[in-house]
Design a binder for this molecule. Structure first.
Ligand code: NCD
Length: 311
């Protein structure tokens, strides 16, 4: 058997990574912290409830406190869109050479989740050698609460960037028609779009139509904490109309995988049987891929920091 290789790489030795999560998280936060430790970083984990935020300290002063203690890489999740980018701008404007990673901001984006979803799909379609080409020309259905989902938005950019076709499916309260034009706007980060030709998004209200002949299905959590009252009539209705079950998957190509970013509402967006079926439901693979994908992101940022120090 070949050697599994070292469990830890020295890339971030002597550097402090701080995770600042102003919203709850299990997978994203833990996998960033595990990834940082696998690259030999010191990790400081900020817990809002027991912090000086409760004494009225501002977000910016909280972040500057960690920078004063030597944090060079900040991983930030916030309930408001744009906060990680605004903090990065402020830190750079005040002369701090700090790398800021967005771990999910409001409804806007969740880039590391989209990357691990791409990796999971690439590995599913091309297990021996996962490549992004394996996704070109595939049709992916994204089903459920699109309106409140930063995961869906990031996946729209990434999947269209690798040449996949996208079916969006949900009730009009959770999937307004304007999503059909989503890709016409500037990509996150606001630079010119680096992808010359993005495909079209097709919107479906009927789940059976949306699933016909697709290659993969991404389901999303019904985000009851963000939703307004009456956006869904009842959880039973929602499951009947938009819940993914083994029966519903008969419309798709044989063996079509189901993804979900977690946490899952069992028997709402996904049947419990499907959640428990690792042949069809790749949720746990996605979580597992979160660690190496986030290691890769931290590794890239560390090489930039190292290169700056060498010049
Ligand atoms: C997602 C998130 O926080 O945006 N979860 C995650 O990061 N794995 C999706 C969700 O909360 O439903």
């Amino acid at each position: 058997m070949s050697s599994p290789g070292p469990r830890r790489l020295p890339t971030l030795q002597g550097r402090l990574v701080t995770t600042l999560f102003f919203e709850p998280s299990t997978r994203t936060r833990s996998s960033f912290e595990i990834a940082a430790r696998r690259l030999s970083a010191d990790v400081a984990s900020f817990a809002p409830a027991s912090s000086a935020l409760a004494k009225g300290e501002s977000l910016l002063d909280t972040v500057r406190t960690y920078v004063a203690m030597g944090a060079e890489l900040l991983v930030i999740r916030h309930r408001s869109s744009g906060v990680p980018a605004a903090l990065a701008q402020d830190l750079h404007a005040t002369g701090h050479d700090i790398a800021v990673l967005n771990a999910g901001d409001g409804l806007h984006s969740h880039p590391s989740q989209a990357l691990l979803d791409l990796f999971t799909l690439a590995r599913h379609f091309s297990p021996q050698q996962p490549t992004l080409q394996a996704l070109a020309g595939r049709t992916i259905a994204i089903v459920g609460d699109i309106l409140h989902s930063r995961v869906a938005r990031s996946n729209l950019w990434s999947l269209s960037g690798v040449g996949a076709r996208i079916h969006l499916c949900g009730p009009s309260a959770l999937l307004p028609k304007c999503f059909a034009d989503f890709l016409a706007a500037m990509p996150p980060g606001c630079g010119p779009d680096p992808v010359p030709q993005r495909g079209k998004i097709h919107i479906f209200r009927d789940l059976d139509e949306a699933l016909t002949d697709v290659d993969a299905v991404m389901t999303l959590r019904l985000q009851q904490e963000r939703a307004q009252k009456h956006q869904v009539t009842s959880l039973e209705d929602y499951h009947r109309n938009y819940g993914i079950t083994h029966g519903r998957l008969k419309r798709c190509r044989p063996g079509t995988p189901v993804l979900h970013p977690g946490p899952v509402n069992r028997d709402v967006e996904l049947s419990s049987e499907l959640v428990n079926d690792p042949q069809r439901c790749l949720m746990h693979q996605q979580v597992g891929h979160g660690v190496p994908v986030r290691m890769a992101l931290l590794y890239l940022l560390a090489t930039t920091l190292n290169a700056r120090e060498d010049t």
